[in-house]
Write a new protein. Sequence first.
Length: 468
Amino acid sequence: MPSRVAAVIVLAAGEGSRMKSATPKVLHSLGGQTMLAHVLASAEALDPEHLLVVVGHAREQVTAALTGRARAVVQESQDGTGHAVRVALESVGPLEGTVVVVPGDAPLLTARTLQNLVDAHTAATAATTLLTARVEDPTGYGRVVRDRHGVEKVVEDKDADAATLLIDEVATSVYAFAAEPLRAALGGLKPDNAQGELYLTDVVALHREAGLVVVAEVAADADETRGINDRVQLAELARLLRDRIVTRHQRAGVAFLDPQTAWVDAGVVLEPDVTIAQNTQLHGLTLVRRGAVVGPDSTLTDCEVGEDATVLRSVCTSALIGARAAVGPFTFLRPGTVLGVGAKAGAYVEVKNAQVGDGSKVPHLSYVGDATIGARSNIGAGTIVVNYDGRDKHRTSVGDDVRVGSNNSLVAPVTVGDGAYTAAGSAITSDVPAGALAVARQKQRNIEGWVARKRPAPGEKQGSHGQP
């Protein structure tokens, strides 16, 4: 029978001074989420009765970032990991079942690994089960000391002698405890160590000395348990997470033309038969549907891309791109953009808070802001929707089957009716009725012989009166 997880305690009180940042360490992001959010997602999967986050440094910021059922517990003074867990337990009173402790800076830790730890703990009827890993460079980690009976103790790096420092099995700061034996051992902790703190690792030796069962579950992947202390490690783990995310999508049927240059956030959804080209970043809650091609050189944030659509060398934020629509190259879709089925926002086009109807095209060199364009319309090159009067934004409405000429200015608020045309070079300041042709430009005037009179022949100097 699976053990009931009475509580998961996330340790997130440290300052993280080596990050050299005003942002608390656990709130630095990778894969589109803070490292704390990654840890909480894995912890939530255990369905604990209590999900407690121990906060201290920058407690207001960390508390504000908590999600789901997570509740902050304040550690007023950072007196060690053992003290942090004791404070957390005191906040909830008596518990029965398993207490899981995890660090807030281990974002690659998976729910599966935590569940395996709990299962091993339950199967062994253990007082303490610690997750360990074997690493090439154990510097900075507590070493797991074993004897012929199993795990004897954990020795922190700063307290280890030369022989202990040679051990390559390390404690990962991830534990499963039986609740009451944990509470009893925490009361016996003493700060007789190099840092003068109450170490949670000392619970291992206390339980062993008391004759209780102590076991170790070795992590299958040492990278999964790695913590983050500085920006170098943050970047390293971000790459590892990127690889994990990309591999998951590849195995689900997504083609990555160059996986090493694609960055995909954890919350992104990609359907089978999507193609992600080189140098593409997909952020936030972006959804790309079957058959779509995104990239190369594109960045999408919180966008939806419809089936068989294409996005080429473009930046899109909070945009809805319809099925079979085409975007790019060098296109900027800003929040509120909706492209209909088969619509096009072509080269050097910017669209903001506007709807482009099914089959309509804004092929190149245009700005469309605060506008609604109907179906099957075409917006000529160089067209600008003049949506701002210096104080307020106004909307423009273009109907179905409209042809807007090149180099037009549509001065909002204005409506161009269904089937209407506007002449090239026009500044449209009044509504255009359905089916009408609007011409809003001065009549051309040709001055015969002007060049011969006013411009010098080749090789001659321009006179002072030779200007038109």
